[in-house]
Design a protein around this ligand. Structure first.
Ligand code: ARG
Length: 461
């Protein structure tokens, strides 16, 4: 394609290091769509004759069908997807194929193809995350009243509801979806027509190609257009945050499934056995989601480092933008599907959760709040009184609610039978009715609002 000034061909290793076709063949649909938009514009602007434009377009349509049926042929000598398409076009329609590359360069071509690919990737991820939110909402509704321990420092802190806990992840996923949506808006500008770096002297209509490819308009600066990979970094940043959230839920599932917790059991379809220990039932998918998160963040880091020292405009380093993006996307899509399937079929064990919620004096704050509310005790003083009550309960080996009344009264006469009766985990969660609190009534409202937003095609938050 560019051999005019060369007497010899490239060394074998040169060919190998230079070629991107083994991975950028994944851009084939975007490459053909970009070329069809370009050639239609060349015809409409009179840069090519309408006949030539029609011949080229028909050839591109045929290549689309061939690749759809048989896959993309990988010939290292053809270097990349752009050359692969163009060389097949020449085989099909002859020398007129050589007119397609008028007023463009592979630099604006690859920038356009890759943006289109990442845009589609965002749509795929968004659909997956919406489906994941729907599953979390169903499970949260089922367990709006199920009491479990809430933790800080992984120590039992205060009782919460499982519905509330699951809704926390609905919120995280909502923010992830909005990060992807922001990235999509920002990237939706067409670099096509920026040519190699300086623009072109041909009377191209960049607004027309942008519109044909579903972009909101053309990019503003040709140098920036061919050297910008922010859109890929935006995707990878959003993917990293999203994977991190999936990983935190995966980690909780792993903990909850361990025997000392026993809060959940995974269905057969979502657990694996051990080759030596017949009793084992392992949460491998959750562990792999947690593991894949490291790889996804690694892909983000890889591309940041690739880009950080590059002068304007295009450098071949930028060809290395695609493998980390593709890898991260594949891992993320798989992780979303795995977490969705796992959460859909996981069995929660309310008995175990309730027992754990009642342990560790989890309603101590409720007793302090009771003293403040019912006996007008300043909170700091109430905190001190309840601290003594916990110490006494520990010495008696009992829960706060079962503390002998005489012992409670000896600590503070304002601790009466009514106070101790208010210490159930159910009363505790029911009392937390502040906006965003864990009370079942609030959780049901949050679920209803999220459901309505999701049903309207929006984000569940
Ligand atoms: N395969 C190349 C890439 O992915 C296409 C652009 C090549 N441009 C160039 N000036 N050599 O970056």
């Amino acid at each position: 394609m560019w051999g005019g000034r060369f007497a010899g061909g490239p060394a074998a290793v040169m060919r190998e290091i230079n070629a991107s076709i083994p991975f950028d063949k994944r851009l084939w649909q975007q490459d053909i769509a970009g070329s069809r938009a370009h050639v239609a514009m060349l015809g409409a602007q009179g840069i090519l004759s309408l006949d030539d434009a029609a011949t080229i377009d028909a050839g591109l349509a045929r290549i689309h069908d061939e690749f759809a049926a048989n896959g993309v042929p990988v010939d290292m000598a053809l270097e990349d997807i752009h050359m692969t398409v163009e060389s097949r076009l020449a085989e099909l329609i002859g020398p007129v194929a050589g007119r397609l590359h008028t007023a463009r360069s592979r630099n604006d071509q690859v920038a356009t193809d890759f943006r289109l690919w990442v845009r589609d990737a965002i749509d795929t991820v968004d659909a997956g995350l919406a489906a994941f939110q729907a599953v979390l909402l169903d499970r949260a509704e089922e367990h709006a009243d199920t009491v479990m321990p809430g933790f800080t420092h992984l120590q039992v802190a205060q009782p919460v509801t499982l519905g509330h806990h699951l809704m926390a992840y609905v919120e995280m996923i909502a923010r992830d979806r909005s990060r992807f949506a922001d990235a999509r808006v920002r990237m939706n500008r067409s670099p096509l027509g920026s040519a190699a770096l300086a623009g072109t002297g041909f009377p191209v209509d960049r607004h027309a190609t942008a519109a044909a490819l579903g972009f909101d308009g053309p990019t503003a600066n040709s140098l920036d257009s061919v050297s910008d990979r922010d859109f890929a970094l935006d995707y990878l940043a959003a993917a990293s945050s999203c994977a991190l959230h999936l990983s935190r839920l995966a980690e909780e599932v792993i903990i909850w499934a361990s025997q000392p917790y026993g809060f959940v059991s995974l269905s057969d379809a979502w657990s694996t056995g051990s080759s030596i220990m017949p009793q084992k039932r392992n949460p491998d998918a959750a562990e792999l989601v947690r593991g894949h998160t490291g790889r996804i963040i690694g892909c983000f880091t890889a591309l940041m480092i690739t880009m950080k020292g590059l002068p304007l405009a295009y450098s071949k380093d930028m060809q290395d933008d695609k493998p980390p993006l593709f890898e991260a996307h594949d891992l993320l899509a798989l992780s979303i599907a795995a977490m969705t399937g796992m959460m859909e079929s996981i069995s929660f064990r309310p008995d175990r959760m309730r027992a754990a919620a009642a342990s560790g004096y989890s309603t101590a704050t409720d007793l302090a709040d009771w003293l403040v509310r019912e006996r007008n005790v300043p909170f700091r003083e109430a905190h001190h009184i309840v601290g003594s009550a916990v110490k006494a309960a520990e010495a008696h080996g009992c829960d706060l609610a079962d503390l002998p009344l005489a012992v409670a009264q000896a600590i503070d006469t304002r601790l009466d039978a009514g106070a101790l009766a208010a210490l159930t985990v159910e009363a505790s969660v029911a009392s937390r009715t502040s906006h965003g609190g864990t009370a079942p009534v609030r959780v049901r409202e949050a679920i209803a609002a999220a459901r309505a937003a999701l049903a309207g095609g929006g984000n569940a938050s």
